[in-house]
Design a protein around this ligand. Structure first.
Ligand code: NAD
Length: 480
């Protein structure tokens, strides 16, 4: 049994209340570990450690701070195989995906923000002949970072790295569904000599320790990634407390596929955008709008690929599609497929749970599922499913495609597939999403603003946006 501990003040510590949550391996459906169900008592220890560490970390020479973050990145790379296997087991994702995307990206997050330490500059505003204003950007202080289960170490470090780079001390909480790689990050911090208390990792449920972190008066900012309903609850809780809040929430991302696209490449990329990580990426395409003249051909090409993509044991190198993260989540995804059937949807392929043999007999596997014939108002076109389920709809004009795509409460990411330059720019300008990819998907430059509009969130992560979020700006006006 793999028993995880909290990481507080540079040491692993058991939860004071001695309570644990089961950690289940999605591919087997079996409990394989225990995760602390931490509460306010553990948080008090973490806050006290962070308070002590804050002056040391804030005053550390920038080059030295950057060196520590680079050392964390190097150690993640050094332990990448172990981390990839841990991620695949904990989350159910294909180990090849963890090897090629999740773990390298976690290292990149630390490297990128290590460089930001020295590149982050502030402004001066001269008032000719009378005064000079300059902006100071001190760290916020103690900040909370709360992350979801779909890209566990990748998103955990996407928050922690800029928070540390800006000089904050961090209380971080990974998802209780996928705690393992976050737990291993503590060992890495110990090994490279991150001063104790600078990063504290508390495990447990959102309702208990997550909420406690948000509410603690010493925690001055919360960076949260997760579901829209959770984000709304946190926003409501924090509004009267005037804390800085960054919310990266759900999505219902449209893909607009025009007849003039590069057909084969678009099929390939849109398929990946739909089903990567079992469709459990907030940026995955889930509503496909296809120009009518290529609708049938495109549909057939997608269905052929979906039939060939069969789920298998995530720990095997050849696995291309792993397990759904948990039983409740599998049930939720299946309930959307039922709702599609009851609303007149036609299941073109998939729609069923898959039973594997051997060690994965009880695992949570689902066939890639493609549905057509649903109106845009159907639940499957309006609500986030967050699984390997996509819907197809034909369109006739650019205006129609745009109206369908924008008919959503969400606004995270859209993809546009066309070789018509003006159309691509028109669409990019008119789509109500924080991110638009043209003829690509998940191509990431860490300097760019990352986040969504409307019910997809508030604020942006990435590059300078993240450094600004984790600092306060203070203007100093000097008259001479
Ligand atoms: P979730 O909202 O259930 O949980 C996210 C995190 O919040 C977990 O660590 C959880 O323990 C914690 N939490 C839950 N309730 C809390 C509360 N009341 N106070 C404080 N913390 C609380 O989300 P999930 O199911 O883990 O993740 C899936 C969701 O995340 C999807 O909606 C997906 O779109 C979204 N997501 C968004 C992005 C993005 O960048 N926009 C990226 C990845 C995932």
């Amino acid at each position: 049994m793999d028993i995880i501990a909290n990481f507080i003040d540079g040491q692993y510590q058991v939860p004071i209340n001695q309570q644990y949550l089961d950690n289940i391996e999605p591919a087997t459906g079996k409990v394989y570990g225990q995760t602390p169900d931490s509460d306010n008592q553990d948080l008090a220890l973490a806050i006290s450690a962070a308070k002590q560490a804050l002056p040391v970390w804030q005053k550390m020479d920038l080059e030295q701070r950057a060196d520590v973050l680079i050392a964390i990145a190097d150690e993640i790379e050094h332990r990448s195989e172990e981390l990839a296997l841990a991620e695949a087991r904990d989350n159910g994702k294909a180990v090849s995906l963890a090897r090629n995307i999740d773990i390298p990206r976690a290292a990149s997050n630390f490297k990128f923000f290590a460089h930001a330490c020295s590149q982050f500059a502030s402004e001066a505003h001269a008032m000719a002949g009378s005064a000079i204003n300059y902006t100071l950007r001190p760290p916020v202080g103690i900040v909370g970072c709360i992350s979801p289960w779909n890209l566990p170490l990748y998103l955990f470090t996407w928050k922690i790295a800029p928070a540390l780079a800006a000089g904050n001390c961090v209380i971080a909480k990974p998802s209780e569904v996928t705690p393992k790689t976050a737990a291993l990050l503590g060992e890495i911090c110990q090994k490279v000599g991150l001063p104790p208390g600078v990063l504290n990792i508390l495990h447990g449920s959102g309702a208990k320790i997550g909420q406690a972190i948000c509410q603690h008066p010493q925690v001055k900012a919360i960076s949260f990634t997760g579901g829209t309903a959770t984000g709304a609850a946190i926003a409501q809780l924090l509004a009267p407390k005037f804390k800085k809040l960054s919310l990266e929430l759900g999505g219902k991302n449209p893909a607009l596929i025009f007849a003039d696209c590069d057909f084969d490449n678009t099929v390939e990329q849109v398929f990946r955008a739909s089903f990567a990580n079992q469709g459990q990426i907030c940026l995955c395409a889930s509503r496909l709008y296809i120009e009518r003249s290529i609708y049938d051909k495109f549909k057939q090409a997608l269905v052929k690929k979906a039939i060939a993509l069969t789920p298998s044991d995530p720990l095997k190198a050849e696995c291309q599609m792993g397990a759904i993260v948990s039983k409740p989540h599998l049930d939720k995804v299946l309930s959307y497929i039922d709702s599609a059937k009851s609303q007149g949807g036609k299941i073109l392929t998939g729609g069923q749970q898959v039973k594997l043999n051997g060690r994965c007999q009880q695992g949570y596997f689902l066939q890639p599922t493609i549905i057509e014939n649903l109106p845009n108002s159907a639940r499957c076109n309006q609500e986030e499913i967050f699984g390997p389920v996509i819907t197809l709809q034909p369109f006739d004009t650019d205006q129609e495609a745009l109206a369908l795509a924008n008919d959503s409460q969400y606004g995270l990411a859209a993809t546009v597939w066309t070789n018509h330059l003006a159309r691509a720019h028109d669409m990019a300008e008119s789509l109500n999403t924080g991110i638009v990819w043209v003829n690509c998907w998940l191509l990431r430059d860490l300097r760019t603003p990352f986040g969504g509009m409307n019910h997809s969130g508030l604020g942006r992560e990435g590059g300078l946006e993240a450094m600004r979020f984790f600092t306060e700006s203070k203007n100093v006006c000097v008259k001479y």
